[in-house]
Design a protein around this ligand. Structure first.
Ligand code: ADP
Ligand code: GLC
Length: 491
């Protein structure tokens, strides 16, 4: 099976969130399952300057206003995955985020930048750009790659099947309808049952309407996005694809997230011997200026600071957390109002609340290893990865019962504890009171070390491997290419 993945970011080269972790790990896991997997990426400096052994595959004329575009094939570093890089300096050679300028505004030519990504993907899928390799499946991720599916549908000789994965339906890639002409798609695509969305062009909708199959990153989110509450205005489109939308849970890359081998920690540990975790906690408290107290439960957060993540609930529940003897360690960046509210909380509670504004991969590891609890109180969460990392590191997740958080964390109810299935704490209402209630339950467990230890062991025994997810994608590829009888892919 030959599969081309199309995405805008990949760990460790460039990452704004979990998408990069997935794109860094899934293609490798697919290779492990026997698929011939390649990646197509925009030539952002962090990508174009890092992909090894690049050789030109083809040169295109002046497309999307880019002047000369060269597609090169090389090798992702730290990986077995071959990667095509679109070298189009006029569109991509900009430092910083793949999507925004340093002042936080979207790049004004994102329609062209990500239109080109989809266009190249579709033409690779049609076997027109690389005579040496034609994929059977083109697998596009999130709105950045959504146009791939429309271009493939506009291109009759295309033989490859398309799969589109929604990582976050809230980011849709909307552009002025007046710019539709820049995409070079036939006018019949600019209709309400095509890429038009309330008078705009939607890249997300291009994926949803034209992909042969749609997946998202957890079974619960797959069901949620068919409802107005979680559909971000596209629930009708999702319902229109009923039967062709499935949820496949993300995994954890054990070469990156593994407390037994994590060289960035002061001590390594495992489920057999987690004495090292106590050292990690002590080191974290020292590093962040928290009171070094072994018996104070440390609640950790590593997150984008956005309304999605429900961190305003944490601000509301913070007095209760501190009153019960807890500490808060937060690392994140995003919404300036949340950044300053957390900075103020840290200033008001020295030794009890520590806040690091910014993006720091190494600190994320130290924080997840050193905390006792990892909090993910999201309003919606397609999958969520930090709770999975928490499980792996014996840092119990405290989550809101939505999306992938439902599918990955077993709340410590009396029944679940008796059955030895509990791995964390969950709450329902998006309110500080409901969060505070869950915090209180977590602290009660924390104060009973044998119970806490039972939950940690159960958490660390969870197997959210990429191999399992890759096997499900393989079954989907087989189905969509007709290489075996069509049947429902298990969620
Ligand atoms: P999302 O993709 O919605 O942001 P996920 O939980 O899927 O949420 O993935 C977030 C990823 O980004 C995780 O790998 C997490 O560790 C990382 N991350 C988020 N914020 C930061 C930060 N400030 N510093 C370092 N890593 C971060
Ligand atoms: C998105 C989602 C997150 C998911 C990640 C990777 O950013 O917000 O829940 O884990 O994509 O699929």
């Amino acid at each position: 099976m030959r599969v081309l993945h199309v995405a805008a970011e990949v760990f460790p080269l460039i990452k704004t969130g979990g998408l990069a972790d997935v794109v860094g790990a899934l293609p490798q896991a697919l290779i492990g399952c026997g698929a011939e997997t390649r990646l197509l990426l925009p030539g952002l400096p962090a990508i174009a300057d890092a992909v090894l052994h690049q050789k030109p595959v083809c040169t295109l004329g002046a497309v999307f206003g880019a002047g000369r575009v060269t597609v090169r094939l090389g090798q992702l570093p730290y990986s077995r995955v071959p990667a095509y890089v679109i070298d189009a300096p006029y569109l991509y050679r900009r430092e910083g985020s793949p999507y925004q300028a340093s002042d936080g505004t979207e790049w004004g030519d994102n329609l062209q930048r990500f239109g080109l990504l989809g266009w190249v993907a579709a033409h690779l899928g049609a076997g027109e750009l690389d005579p040496g390799w034609t994929p059977q499946v083109v697998h596009a991720h999130d709105w950045h790659a959504g146009m791939t599916c429309a271009y493939m549908a506009s291109h009759p000789p295309t033989r490859a099947a398309s799969v589109f994965t929604i990582h976050n339906l809230a980011f849709q890639g909307l552009f002025a309808q007046a710019d539709f002409g820049l995409l070079g798609l036939p006018a019949r695509f600019l209709v309400s049952h095509g890429v038009e969305y309330h008078g705009q062009v939607s890249f997300m909708k291009a994926g949803l309407k034209y992909a042969n199959r749609i997946t998202t990153v957890s079974p619960t989110y797959a069901a949620e996005i068919a409802t107005p509450e979680f559909g971000a205005g596209l629930d009708g489109v999702i319902r229109g694809r009923a039967g062709q939308v499935s949820g496949i849970l993300n995994g954890v890359d054990g070469t990156v997230w593994n407390p037994e081998r994590d060289t960035g920690l002061v001590a390594r540990y495992s489920a057999q011997d987690f004495r090292g975790k106590a050292l990690c906690k002590q080191a974290l408290q020292t590093e962040l200026g928290l009171a070094v107290q072994a018996d104070a439960p440390v609640f950790g957060i590593v997150s984008r600071l956005s309304s999605q993540k429900g961190l305003d609930l944490v601000l509301g529940a913070l007095p209760g957390l501190l009153r019960r003897g807890g500490q808060l360690a937060l690392q994140g960046t995003g919404d300036p109002a949340l950044e300053s509210a957390f900075a103020a909380a840290a200033q008001a509670n020295p030794g009890r609340v520590a806040v690091r504004i910014g993006y720091d991969e190494a600190l994320a590891h130290r924080l997840i290893a050193g905390a006792d609890v990892i909090m993910v109180p999201s309003r919606f969460e397609p999958c969520g990865l930090t709770q999975l990392y928490g499980l792996r590191y014996g840092t119990l997740p405290l989550v809101r019962r939505v999306g992938g958080l439902v599918d990955t964390v077993v709340d410590a109810t009396a029944d679940a504890v008796t059955a030895d299935r509990a791995t964390g704490f969950a709450f329902d209402a998006a309110s500080p009171a409901a969060l505070e209630n869950a915090l209180q339950r977590a602290i009660e467990f924390y104060q009973q070390p044998p119970l806490w230890c039972q939950l940690m062991l159960r958490a660390m025994a969870q197997d959210f491997s990429w191999e399992g997810a890759a096997r499900k994608y393989m079954a989907l590829y087989a189905e969509v290419t007709g290489t075996r009888p069509v049947g429902r892919v298990a969620a």
